[in-house]
Design a protein around this ligand. Sequence first.
Ligand code: WQD
Length: 342
Amino acid sequence: MQKKILVTGGCGYIGSHTIVDLLDYGFEVVSADSLFNADEKVLDGIEQITGHRVVNHKVDLADRNACQDMLDAIGHVDGIIHFAAFKSVGESVEKPLMYYNNNINAQINLMDLAPRYGAKFFIFSSSCSVYGNPEELPVTEQTPLQKAESPYAFTKQIGEQIIQDYSKVNDDMKFVLLRYFNPAGAHESAIIGENPINIANNLVPVITETAIGKRPQMTVFGDDYPTRDGSNIRDYIHVMDLAHAHTLSLKYLIDHPDAPQVDIINLGIGEGVSVKEAIEAFEKVTGQKLNYVIGGRRPGDVIAVYADATKAMKTLGWKPDRDIDAIMDTAWRWEQRRTSQS
Ligand code: WQD
């Protein structure tokens, strides 16, 4: 019997790539997305890649009545993958209330209502930013959480705590908290990729937008950090490897009734790459020279964070198939295609 999965944020970057992987592995999928930072055109791309037409329900999940109306329209769901959230570290420092309202209220509404529609599995899009400036590297799922360095990161710490507390009074649902490191890259076809409605803040789209001429120049936010080359270190994970980890997480919960009620899994590839090394990888893979300057530090940035990915491999049987070069190759091909179509 095909399992029906609600993907919130399904028209977004990670949501759309995850829908492709879920469909490829036989799940039925429905999307809910407010389209605040996404375009429904991505559903055409998903159909072109998979042959399946996915329906999106345009809804602000932070509005409880709208969330309930959407779930009434969908009917039964077996599981939920909750991506829908604002995710820019820098923007959250400038607009904290927007982040707290959207990220927390959407999750509460969804978790409170979902069991009434049959949902037994809830996969939460968490983030390595919950570790703050970690006291050890690489970080494991047992690494103590430090102070959140941004309101975005704090909404993810709160989101995880909400699940821990809720799970104590609702043993009908099982949860996997996936702590993403730095998702980047695009589907190999270049038919879908990172396509924010609002200005991109993340490093890789800023690199490709600069290289293609949408931006005259980009800034490296600080090279005076205590790292090997002075720039921040991150764990860049290809979005399709990340997507497949969601499919494997669902299969894990479905196939393992004895799974813990709440499981926490890091999703990074276990390698730290600096900002300067990421730029070098882009220039090597694409042959494009990047126009950048060194600027001041960005508020909210942590110095270095990268994963110990052992648990994802052991629990989910997951392993990354792509590295920073594949990220830059697919991101660049997507940027060229996206620009040629605009
Ligand atoms: C990476 C590095 C910047 C832009 C991300 C996601 C967040 C969460 C955690 C999943 C930093 C530097 C960037 C630029 C730069 N992931 N940079 N110039 O802040 O690590 O957060 O990972 O949930 O959702 O946003 O990612 O790509 O913004 O920054 O120098 O123009 O690139 O300073 O060191 P970040 P990022």
